[in-house]
Design a protein around this ligand. Structure first.
Ligand code: ACO
Length: 402
């Protein structure tokens, strides 16, 4: 009757699985991935259908509450978020404390952590009403924080949220608008960014989500747990890949668009040279999100009237890689980050803000996973074991004798 974990414990054994390539940390009813077939579903709904038909806030509701909202539920959820978009005035000073060149992901994680200092009335992880309030606060305030980090970095005034606008349009206006001008943006561009947020909204037990769960498993509050998730996402092997992809494309372009010689360097495993935006721990087939993004990239560049040689370069790089044995044998395909950077760049975002966009999209997934864990009575504090490989016991050596 013992589970595998209990059985191993009983017999004094531990499993060693670096990188957790084959160890499930939890059961979950939120997101389903079949990496061999290239399938991704949130709460049972295929990602391509959600990307085409749903909105980001609808998907946030779906992930957190388990079902698609009715009209009334969505209205209520959206309205609640709209009423929480402001940051405390004292919070504005926070942004000016960082150097201009601060990476916005570092500012974002600090700011999310700092939210717990302002909202001490919603920190109890076991009070459902408080958890709901901190979830709403996070979803509402993250775009304001992201926009303020950007505005501060370029020395422009901070704009208050305009709550007559939709979630994504409000974010774009706070990012690119000026107090002296009326902000206008093509609704189709708003829709594309909304759709990109949908594609990023959850991805089961990835590095940042596992981090959110691990931190939360100590009963740390939601803001602290999400702040840790932002830090995990920062790394170039995870969310930071979208920034790394664009830098890679720019470098290849500057060096004369020699795709073949770059691919050769990747295959020779030159230190630090990887085909960024390619490969995935779980997908051993085309990432279904990458297929949607690829289509959207062309459309976005057309709408914005900003053709970009980096897109043609990315397409060629993909073609060369997908017909090369190195990538075929290892089942390396473009992941969600391969094309997003080209769209973000055309929209006007600086390269170092790309991973922040990923964080805005991933937020509902982090929240949903944290809440699922907290409401499961079988949850225990996350505490991996180790296999000790250090010195055996030896007597202390006095400093004069070393
Ligand atoms: N370029 C070149 N070779 C690669 C790449 C790549 N992007 N990805 C994997 N490989 C190779 C590895 O070198 C390894 O080769 P080997 O068997 O000869 O040693 C083989 O493919 C297996 O790769 P692993 O590193 O063992 O796979 P793992 O599951 O640990 O890593 C990861 C997955 C981190 C995503 C990896 O593919 C990678 O670094 N990709 C580039 C960064 C990236 O795009 N990250 C974003 C991931 S998606 C996301 O977070 C949204």
């Amino acid at each position: 009757g013992l589970g595998v974990g209990a059985l191993l414990k009983e017999t004094g054994h531990v499993t060693l699985d670096p990188g957790f390539t084959n160890t499930a940390s939890t059961t979950s009813a939120i997101t389903y991935i079949d990496g061999d077939a290239g399938i991704l579903r949130y709460r049972g709904y295929p990602i391509d259908q959600l990307a085409e038909k749903s909105s980001f806030l609808e998907v946030a509701y779906l992930l957190i509450h388990g079902d698609l909202p009715t009209h009334a539920e969505l209205e209520n959820f959206t309205d609640n978020i709209r009423r929480h978009t402001l940051l405390d005035e004292k919070f504005r000073a926070f942004f000016s404390a960082f150097p201009r060149r601060a990476h916005p992901m570092a500012v974002l994680s600090s700011a999310v952590s700092a939210l717990s200092t302002f909202y001490q009335d919603s920190l109890d992880p076991f009070d459902a009403e408080q958890v709901e309030r901190s979830s709403i606060r996070l979803i509402a305030k993250l775009p304001t924080i992201a926009a303020y980090a950007y505005k501060t970095s370029i020395g422009q005034p901070l704009l208050y949220p305009d709550n007559s606008l939709g979630y994504v349009e409000n974010f774009l206006r706070m990012t690119f608008g000026l107090p002296t001008e009326k902000y206008e943006v093509d609704p189709e561009i708003v829709r594309i960014l909304d759709m990109l947020f949908v594609l990023h909204a959850d991805h089961e037990q990835n590095c940042s989500t596992s981090t959110v769960r691990l931190v939360g498993s100590s009963h740390a509050n939601l803001f602290s747990s999400i702040s840790a998730g932002v830090d995990a996402l920062f790394g170039p092997l995870h969310g930071g890949a979208n920034q790394a992809v664009l830098e890679m494309l720019e470098q290849i372009h500057t060096n004369g668009d020699d795709v073949e010689s770059f691919v050769r360097r990747v295959k020779n495993k030159e230190p630090g040279v990887k085909l960024m935006g390619f490969g995935h721990r779980v997908y051993k087939n085309y990432d279904p999100r990458a297929a949607v993004v690829k289509k959207a990239t062309r459309k976005a560049l057309e709408l914005l009237g900003k053709p970009d040689p980096l897109l043609d370069l990315a397409v060629r790089l993909e073609e060369v890689a997908l017909s090369d044995d190195y990538f075929v044998e290892r089942k390396l395909y473009p992941n969600v980050d391969f094309y997003t950077g080209v769209i973000y760049k055309a929209m006007g975002f600086p390269t170092n803000a790309f991973t922040v966009l990923f964080a805005l999209g991933r937020l509902p997934g982090w929240i949903a996973q944290w809440r699922e864990m907290m409401s499961d009575p079988s949850t225990k504090i996350g505490r991996p074991r180790q296999v000790y490989v250090g010195k055996t016991e030896r007597p202390y050596v006095d400093i004069n004798s070393r």
